[in-house]
Ligand binder design. Structure first.
Ligand SMILES: C[C@](O)(CO)[C@H](O)COP(=O)(O)OP(=O)(O)OC[C@H]1O[C@@H](n2ccc(N)nc2=O)[C@H](O)[C@@H]1O
Ligand SMILES: Nc1ncnc2c1ncn2[C@@H]1O[C@H](COP(=O)(O)OP(=O)(O)OP(=O)(O)O)[C@@H](O)[C@H]1O
Length: 282
C-alpha cells in the first residue's frame, strides 16, 4: 500500500436551494441539487506510527484543533480505535464562507483518505454518517455523486444534470451560514417539489434575496454577472455562478471582472473528482 497519497477536495454548487420548513430543533428542511466542479483544494496524506494527527499547513483564522481536517481525522481514528496517525498538508484555493463547501469537502477527503491509508475499511455509508457530525454537507462529498438532497440535507436522490462550464465569482466577503439560517426574513415555506420535476424546472435559491440585502458585495456580484448570463447564489453564499456553453466564453467573461471580486472557471461534474482519483487505489 502507498504510504503517501494526494487527493483532490473539490467544491460544490447548489444548482438550486429551496427551504420547505423548519424543525423544532431549529434546523431547516430543504431541497437542494448538488453538483461538483473540477476545481478545489488538494490534500496530501502520510501515515505515521505515533498516532498523532498533524496538519502542517496553517489556515488563517482557523486554529489547528478546530480545523475540519484535523477533526475529521480524529473522528475516524476514535471511531475505529486506530493507533496510526497522519501528517496532512493542503494546497488551499477555495474561499471560506463562500457557499462552495470548502471545509465540508476537506473533511470528506480526509475521511476517505485516512480510511484508505489506515486500512480501517469503513463502508462509505458509515463515513457519511460520521461526516454529518462535522457539517451538513460532508455526507454529499463522501457520496460523490450529483444528487438531490432533502430532509435537513441527508436524504439523497442521485440526478444527472447537464455538466456545463461555470464561472464562479467570489464577492470577497464571507457569509456565515448560521446567521442566514437564523434570520427572521428568510423564506421558509417553499412547497416541496416532486423529484421527477426538478431537472425540468428553472429553480432559484431561497437565500439569495436575504443574502444580497445583507451583503451588498453579493448583490453587486450578482448584478455584474447577470449582464452576461442567468446567475444565482450557491448555498448561503457568498459565491454566485453562471453557466456557459464553452470554457472560452466563461474565461472571456472572467477577464472583465472588476476588483476586489475574484473568480474561476470550472466544469460541472456529476461524479466527484475525488471519487475519480480514488479509483486508482481501489
Ligand atoms: C445550506 C448548505 O450550504 C447547502 O449546501 C448547507 O446545508 C449548509 O452546510 P454547512 O455550512 O456545512 O452547515 P452546518 O455547519 O452543518 O450548519 C451551519 C448552520 O446552518 C444551519 N442549518 C444547516 C443545515 C440545515 N438543513 N438547516 C439549518 O438550519 C444551522 O443553523 C447550523 O448551525
Ligand atoms: N479546512 C477548512 N476549510 C475551510 N473552512 C474551515 C476548515 N476548517 C474549519 N473551517 C471553518 O468553517 C467555516 C466555513 O468554511 P467553508 O469553506 O466550509 O464555508 P462554506 O463554503 O460557506 O460552506 P458551505 O457551503 O458548506 O456553507 C470557515 O469560516 C472556518 O472557520
Amino acid at each position: 500500500m502507498t504510504n503517501t497519497i494526494t487527493l483532490p477536495s473539490p467544491a460544490k454548487l447548489n444548482l438550486f436551494l429551496h427551504i420547505n420548513g423548519q424543525l423544532p430543533n431549529g434546523y431547516h428542511e430543504l431541497q437542494t441539487l448538488f453538483q461538483f466542479i473540477d476545481y478545489g483544494d488538494s490534500l496530501t496524506f502520510s501515515s505515521r506510527a505515533d498516532g498523532n494527527i498533524v496538519l502542517t499547513t496553517e489556515m488563517a483564522g482557523v486554529a489547528h484543533d478546530d480545523n475540519l481536517i484535523v477533526r475529521a481525522a480524529r473522528l475516524l481514528q476514535q471511531h475505529t480505535d486506530c493507533n496510526q496517525g497522519v501528517t496532512i498538508s493542503i494546497d488551499k484555493v477555495l474561499p471560506m464562507g463562500g457557499g462552495i463547501g470548502g471545509g465540508s469537502s476537506n473533511a470528506a477527503t480526509v475521511l476517505l483518505a485516512c480510511n484508505y491509508i489506515w486500512n480501517t475499511k469503513l463502508p462509505a455509508a458509515t463515513l457519511a454518517k460520521l461526516g454529518l457530525q462535522l457539517g451538513a454537507d460532508v455526507p454529499v462529498f463522501v457520496h460523490g455523486k450529483a444528487t438531490l438532497a432533502e430532509g435537513v440535507g441527508e436524504k439523497f436522490t442521485d440526478m444527472n444534470p447537464p455538466e456545463p462550464w461555470y464561472l464562479v465569482i467570489f464577492p470577497n466577503v464571507h457569509v456565515n451560514t448560521a446567521t442566514i439560517f437564523q434570520h427572521p426574513d428568510l423564506p421558509r415555506s417553499t412547497p416541496k417539489l416532486a423529484s421527477a420535476n426538478i431537472l425540468a424546472s428553472d429553480l432559484g435559491n431561497d437565500c439569495q434575496k436575504l443574502v444580497s440585502k445583507t451583503y451588498p458585495q453579493v448583490e453587486k456580484a450578482l448584478r455584474w454577472l447577470l449582464e452576461y448570463a442567468p446567475s444565482k447564489l450557491t448555498g448561503t453564499g457568498s459565491c454566485v455562478f453562471a453557466s456557459f456553453e464553452t470554457q472560452q466564453q466563461a474565461h472571456q467573461t472572467l477577464l472583465d471582472l472588476p476588483e476586489p471580486m475574484t473568480g474561476f472557471v470550472a466544469k460541472g461534474c456529476n461524479t466527484s473528482p475525488l471519487h475519480n482519483a480514488l479509483q486508482q487505489y481501489n
